[in-house]
Design a protein around this ligand. Structure first.
Ligand SMILES: [Zn+2]
Ligand SMILES: [Zn+2]
Length: 428
């Protein structure tokens, strides 16, 4: 019997692990520079956390959640995104009683039952931040700056930031009424999805990819013209801080984002190097009511998330090479010519590993040219050969696989020579 992995899941190994490690390390290092600390939440929550948090009418809640009853009949859901869980944890643990804003980041697997496509899986990894407890536009600008910096550090070029405001509950309510008025005469021409959105999640019509709907919406009223005074000022202040930071952005008045909980600032980062239907790298927005919705105090917050697999795929497609530092480490492959030499081999392995030098040995003796070929193929910088002569006289033959120079050292007297070889690549 041969088993396959379930549709929409993947196994990662080899080269993809290097990318995953790189993306995670780059994110963590950067988040720490901005004083964000990590939070780890469970992979599943009570279903209400998401149905209330994300919104009953969102596509995620309606169609895409992995929801099941546990043995006690409680409805649980595998988390489809990160924010609702983080907010649940912050409210439950009262983390907001510390200094605000509370800056948190998360890295973890999410689950959505949707049609798998390139870079979009049913189980996927998301990296995100949440800044909780401040409505200061400086925090919006800083989060946007951080998102930009993240893709910059990952090696992406030609980045563009789209920013918009979808207003507070007041101005948004008025605007949605206007939008619904505007759409009424076109009702028959709209696609079925859009017809369904009206009245429940009307703003999402702007997400529609169908040309007829897009044409209708081209002349629709823009929310930026209907923002209340304080929302208008908030957006203006975000822009002026981005100007101070010298970060280029585009005020994209058609930008809306898929979650009901967003208010005011929403943003997305795209790369001009990618086809325009697939070019969004990540994004986020402000959510000013969600914490209260979860039974916490009124705390304005903002966050963003990026998809790890999608980022990896785009890096590979765009030919973005991983920064070399960790892939270029010097390392040793010990070639033993007999199992009789194991005691000696283990002494050397112990010494090298204690000194943090990556090493391994062939415990399965083949011929020397095959072993050298294997070591080269696997990226080792040096081989250490232990044959009869070396074993009997406590010697090690060292071969540099880059230039094939060779030397023999005494294990008893010249251990440091061995270390220096790895610590200092110029050592001869
Ligand atoms: Zn407003
Ligand atoms: Zn449509």
């Amino acid at each position: 019997m041969i088993y396959n992995s379930p549709r929409g899941t993947s196994d990662y190994f080899g080269e993809s692990i290097k990318y995953i490690d790189f993306i995670i390390k780059t994110s963590k290092d950067l988040f720490k520079l901005y004083n964000y600390s990590e939070i780890i939440t469970p992979h599943f929550e009570y279903t209400e956390v998401f149905s209330r948090g994300i919104g009953e009418n969102s596509d995620i809640v309606k169609k895409e959640m992995y929801t099941f009853l546990d043995k006690k009949g409680r409805s649980l859901t595998l988390r489809p995104e990160g924010t609702a869980s983080v907010v649940r944890a912050v409210v439950e643990r009262k983390l907001y009683s510390e200094n605000l804003p509370l800056k948190l980041f998360y890295i973890g697997n999410m689950f959505r039952y949707e049609k798998p496509q390139k870079g979009r899986m049913r189980e996927f990894k998301q990296i995100g931040i949440e800044a909780i407890g401040s409505d200061n536009p400086a925090i919006d600008a800083e989060a946007i700056w951080l998102l930009h910096n993240l893709f910059d550090n990952l090696g992406f070029k030609n980045l563009v930031l789209y920013i918009n405001s979808i207003g507070c509950s007041e101005c948004r309510r008025n605007y949605i009424k206007l939008l619904e008025e505007y759409l009424k005469p076109y009702n028959e021409q709209l696609c079925d999805d859009c017809k369904n959105r009206i009245g429940k999640n009307t703003l999402r019509v702007f997400d529609c990819k169908i040309q007829t709907c897009k044409n209708i919406l081209a002349n629709a009223p823009k929310i930026s013209n209907y923002l209340c005074e304080s929302c208008r000022k908030h957006l203006k202040d975000v822009f002026s801080i981005l100007d101070i930071l010298d970060i280029k952005y585009v005020h994209n008045e058609n930008l809306v984002r898929g979650f009901d909980y967003y208010t005011r600032t929403i943003f997305e980062i795209i790369s001009k190097d990618i086809d325009s239907t697939q070019n969004a790298l990540g994004g986020g927005g402000r959510y000013d009511y969600l914490i209260k919705e979860f039974g916490g105090p009124e705390l304005s917050s903002i966050g963003f998330a990026i998809g790890l697999e999608r980022t990896m795929l785009l890096m590979q497609e765009l030919g973005i090479r991983l920064k070399e530092d960790e892939n270029n480490l010097l390392s040793a492959y010990l070639i033993s010519m007999s199992n009789e030499f194991n005691s000696y081999i283990f002494k050397i392995l112990k010494f090298l590993r204690k000194n943090k030098i990556i090493c391994d040995s062939n415990f399965n003796i083949k011929n020397i040219s095959k072993e050298i070929k294997f070591a080269k193929l696997n990226g080792y910088s040096h081989i250490l050969i232990i044959g009869e002569d070396e074993f009997n006289n406590n010697l090690i033959t060292i071969k540099d696989l880059n230039n094939y120079t060779q030397m023999k050292i005494s294990w008893l007297d010249e251990k440091n020579k061995l270390l220096n070889l790895f610590k200092n690549p110029d050592y001869k």
